[in-house]
Design a protein around this ligand. Structure first.
Ligand code: ADE
Length: 247
């Protein structure tokens, strides 16, 4: 990765002024300014062809709202000329839920093209014809894909080499081992009569590690039974003797 170009996000949106937005400050912003990653926000409307620069039309079959036209969006995607090898994503509440595993894959690649949906939807034919991968950031509906795109890019950028300094260890964070993060404490030693758990100030590193692991497990079991079940299955898998067929 020495002489290759930096990780790049190419965003297609009707609101390019929403970028870099919050990604222009703090860690991501500093890394953007120093060229550790690149952001290109392209206006979908620039690919409109008619007199009124229209990008949407009423849904075939009737119903409320407007649908983003296939011809306009396809032209915008093609004009971005991203070439082969970069994932083409469409932010959408009906997409596959974004996971830390997918974020890590995206961060390790050259960086995605991201289409931000608006209106009631996007003509299905352009999703199919350009092979867009629909990605959701959660089971709730935003007014457009822009904020979802910002969230996805932020999650990727913080994993890029050199962006996060030594906090980037990442290994103990929520989700990287499939568990939620344990509780953290710092001074003052006594806050509104509540002390820091004694074990954390004991200096016994093994006990601290065991306490944190137990807290992580308890939190995960209570709040995220879905993650807890997966973690439990992985633990069982690890105890199964290695066979010779699965490498
Ligand atoms: N656009 C609107 N809602 C969304 C969501 N939950 N995830 C991704 N994109 C969206």
């Amino acid at each position: 990765m020495t002489n290759s170009s930096p990780w790049r996000a190419t965003v297609l949106t009707l609101f390019p002024e929403m970028f870099p937005g919050p990604l222009g400050v703090s860690l991501a912003g500093r890394a953007l300014a120093t060229g550790l990653w690149e952001l290109e926000a392209r206006d979908i409307r620039a690919s409109a062809t008619d007199r009124h620069r229209s990008v949407d039309d009423t849904p075939a079959g009737g119903g409320p709202g407007m649908v983003l036209r296939a011809d306009v969006l396809a032209a915008a995607i093609d004009a971005a000329a991203i070439g082969e090898g970069r994932p083409k994503l469409l932010m959408s509440p009906r997409g596959r839920p974004l996971t830390q595993a997918r974020v890590m894959e995206l961060a390790q690649g050259p960086g995605p093209l991201i289409v931000c949906g608006r209106f009631e939807g996007i003509d299905q034919r352009v999703i199919d014809a350009r092979g867009l991968e629909e990605v959701s950031i959660g089971d709730y509906v935003l007014s457009g894909g822009e904020i979802a795109a910002l969230a996805l890019i932020d999650a990727c950028v913080r994993l890029l080499p050199g962006v996060m300094g030594k906090e980037a260890s990442g290994t103990e964070e929520s989700f990287s081992d499939g568990l939620l993060e344990y509780p953290q404490y710092t001074r003052p030693q006594l806050f509104e009569g509540v002390p820091i758990p004694q074990i954390l100030t004991s200096g016994d590193h093994a006990k601290v590690a065991a306490w944190r692991r137990a807290e992580s497990e308890a939190l995960t079991a209570a709040r995220r039974p879905d993650l807890w079940e997966k973690a439990a299955n992985r633990a069982i898998g690890q105890k199964t003797p290695k066979n010779t067929t699965d490498g």
